[in-house]
Design a protein around this ligand. Structure first.
Ligand SMILES: Nc1ncnc2c1ncn2[C@@H]1O[C@H](COP(=O)(O)OP(=O)(O)OP(=O)(O)O)[C@@H](O)[C@H]1O
Ligand SMILES: [Mg+2]
Length: 427
């Protein structure tokens, strides 16, 4: 069965949904908390570290502060936690249970009982990730509402599951399913062991399915913050999108785009969106292309530590993507020759198409999924090809035994053209 069909699309209403299990009980978000407050919004918009333009330079804004409707028929089953419950669940927000920190605040590991909101002993019940908004949060209440609003109603194997929330005085917390392997960012850039090629493909495909689901629903959603730190991984490297704080309802009917304030993360946002504020699902496709390049190269989308011509990944990679003979020079050197030859060709071509300057020429996420799906089964590893060519040469030249062993240095020296064992051209 196609994963895309596994998702659940509740009709999106622009408001935080109530827990159906506890409707009309105290276990729902108080209505007053749902009204967007101009002061809060202004603080968020001015202070967000992810905003690309200061508010007064923003190109039009339809990020409307409409209060959400009161008739929410969504089937979401979010739990409402008390602050005390989450404090106990995380061992008083112990520093050693911190999983990470983002613009919203710290994310803690915690445990809750299987049925309900009660805290559980560490190692028992259900493991959760608790995200707490900084008291003086940069991204603030508005993102918190968007997160509950979208994730409370969208259900798909490639979207992280929001279990519940806490809203108490100034406290804003979110409770998610715990993703054992953390973020793709950690695996690509912070670990010494390189992420194997097959896992990279699996992760890219899962994330693509998540985006395809968002774009393909009756009321499309544009994610707007697609990046490696927002792709979380379970124990089997299944990827799930997290962070819907910047998500936005897509254009409806005859409309080609929504006009909105430019938010996102440097290095990932589509150029036409940054220039005009016109948002379409193709903006997400561009960001997907950037992430695909990061997966292929092991380089960050923006890296100030690199020489000036290499700091912006897309700018650096474009000439390689456009030249089939140079493709292999893009591959993460830490993979050595442990990658699929055809896979690299297809992934590079796909990244190139996703990064097309004309948004209309970019593929849809459904098309991306179709390209990535067969790449999971490719076994044409560059190292096998290298060995077989070495042995052919060896037979021709009657080389002594043992010359087929590939040393580290050898593998690095031929990285630019893995099919070359001499003067042969790279196909
Ligand atoms: N559900 C989860 N399970 C396990 N780890 C998580 C979970 N959610 C977040 N994390 C960890 O916490 C880190 C911080 O997440 P967070 O979403 O707050 O910030 P970010 O994505 O790094 O940055 P930004 O605020 O710009 O989105 C993640 O990179 C990840 O390592
Ligand atoms: Mg995040």
């Amino acid at each position: 069965m196609d994963d895309n069909n596994c998702g659940c699309w509740a009709v999106l209403k622009r408001g935080v949904c109530k827990s159906s299990a506890s409707r009309d009980s105290a276990n729902t978000i108080p209505r007053t908390s749902l009204v967007y407050d101009t002061a809060t919004e202004t603080r968020y918009l001015n202070a967000s570290n992810r905003e690309l333009y200061p508010p007064n330079e923003a190109h039009l804004s339809s990020d409307n502060p409409d209060p959400p409707p009161s008739d929410n028929k969504s089937p979401c089953q979010l739990l409402q936690f008390t602050f005390q419950e989450l404090k106990s669940a995380t061992g008083n927000f112990r520093p050693d249970s911190i999983l990470g920190e983002g613009g919203f605040g710290y994310v803690f590991k915690g445990w809750i009982e299987e049925n309900g909101t009660a805290p559980a002993k560490p190692g028992s019940g259900i493991t959760v990730a608790v995200k707490s908004l900084k008291p003086d949060g940069l991204q603030g209440h508005r993102e918190w509402v968007a997160e509950v609003d979208f994730l409370g109603q969208l259900h798909h194997p490639n979207l992280v599951k929001l279990i519940g929330y806490c809203i108490e005085d100034d406290q804003r917390l979110l409770v998610y399913e715990f993703m054992t392997r953390g973020s793709l960012e950690n695996h690509l850039f912070r670990r010494t062991i390189p992420l194997p090629w097959s896992n990279r493909i699996k992760i890219a495909l899962g994330a693509a399915k998540g985006l395809a689901f968002l774009h393909g629903g009756p009321e499309p959603v544009i994610y707007r913050d697609f990046k490696t730190s927002n792709i979380l991984l379970d124990s089997e490297y299944n990827s799930k999108l997290s962070d819907f704080g910047l998500a936005k309802a897509g254009p409806q009917g005859d409309k080609t785009h929504v006009s909105t304030r430019v938010v996102g993360t440097y290095g990932y946002a589509a150029p036409e969106y940054v220039m005009t504020g016109h948002l379409t699902s193709k903006s997400d496709v561009y960001s997907f292309g950037v992430v695909l390049l990061e997966i292929l190269t092991g380089r960050r989308s923006m890296d100030k530590k690199r020489p000036s011509g290499e700091q912006n990944l897309v700018t650096w990679a474009r000439p390689y993507l456009a030249d089939k003979r140079k493709l292999y020079q893009l591959v993460d050197p830490r993979l050595e020759l442990n990658y699929s030859l055809k896979g690299v060709q297809k992934v590079s071509q796909l990244a190139h198409n996703c990064l097309h300057r004309d948004p209309k020429s970019r593929p849809t996420m459904d098309e991306v999924v179709k390209v990535l799906t067969p790449l999971q089964d490719l076994n044409d590893l560059a190292i096998l090809s290298y060995h077989s060519r070495l042995s052919q040469q060896g037979r021709r030249k009657k080389k002594p035994e043992g010359s087929q062993q590939l040393s580290n240095t050898q593998s690095k020296s031929i990285r630019g053209s893995p099919l070359n064992t001499g003067k042969q051209r790279c196909r």
